[in-house]
Ligand binder design. Structure first.
Ligand code: C5P
Length: 228
């Protein structure tokens, strides 16, 4: 809302899965719902920020008062993120596909009694690492997520250093994590909040509450808007 603590700030959020084309009708995807990323974009807008939400294909409604940029693939997502800069804060909640088909077939691949075609994969760009390692125009706060199934804090702290981001929200997506129905696609989340100073275990909460807690930390870290 106008007059909120993020008034005058630009917050960039990625959300959802990516779809990586194999041919004109087939793609590689994952189970990300986009709920956490969309909740963060909505909370940032409620706090008064100008929000750009770069989202892969999701079935969620657009959050109110955000500038939506819809993309399909990881490469599209990186281009949309770069086009949306500069930003004060960038939050990378999307579940970006690690790999895409090395060659996208221009026409639908046919069965025609042949053996199944091989599917060669190639690595996608790491959007978070690319933006976090920028020397010019890096957002003041670059925030990533880490979904782990074991040693959550240790793996995520190593990931924070490797990717060059400021903060990571790490969650346990194993079946044993204790969240009924699971984190992926569910409405609740239990995260560890990791910074250079260490890790905090946040209590299980709705994805909206996790988003609001994150926004409160961002407000505290940015401080008051500098008057030019
Ligand atoms: O490496 P991993 O996928 O576990 O890292 C997760 C974090 O990195 C998330 O914040 C995700 O949005 C981001 N990421 C990205 N581009 C990729 C892979 C991950 O922005 N290609």
């Amino acid at each position: 809302a106008a007059g909120g603590p993020l008034t005058g700030r630009h917050v960039l959020v990625t959300s959802g899965p990516t779809h990586e084309p194999i041919d004109p009708v087939r793609y590689i995807a994952n189970r990300s719902s986009g709920k956490q990323g969309h909740a963060i974009a909505a909370a940032a807008a409620r706090a008064g920020a100008r929000v750009t939400l770069v989202s892969g294909p999701v079935t969620l409604p657009d959050p109110p008062d955000v500038d939506m940029r819809r993309v399909e693939s990881a490469r599209d997502m990186l281009a949309a993120v770069e086009a949306a800069l500069p930003a004060d804060v960038a939050i990378f909640a999307a579940a970006v596909a690690d790999w895409r088909a090395a060659d996208e077939a221009p026409e639908k691949m046919k069965k025609d009694g042949n053996a199944p075609p091989p599917l060669a994969l190639t690595e996608n760009p790491d959007i978070l690492a690319t933006i976090a390692h920028r020397t010019g125009g890096r957002p003041r706060l670059v925030i990533g997520f880490a979904a782990e199934t074991q040693n959550v804090v240790a793996y995520a702290q190593a990931k924070r250093a490797r990717k060059g981001c400021d903060w990571i929200l790490a969650n346990d997506v194993s079946a044993q994590s204790g969240i009924p129905g699971g984190v992926m696609g569910g409405d609740t989340n239990e995260v560890h909040f990791l910074t250079a100073e260490g890790a905090e275990a946040w209590p299980p909460a709705s994805k909206t509450e996790v988003a609001e807690q994150l926004i409160a930390r961002i407000v505290a870290a940015l401080g008051p808007l500098e008057i030019q």
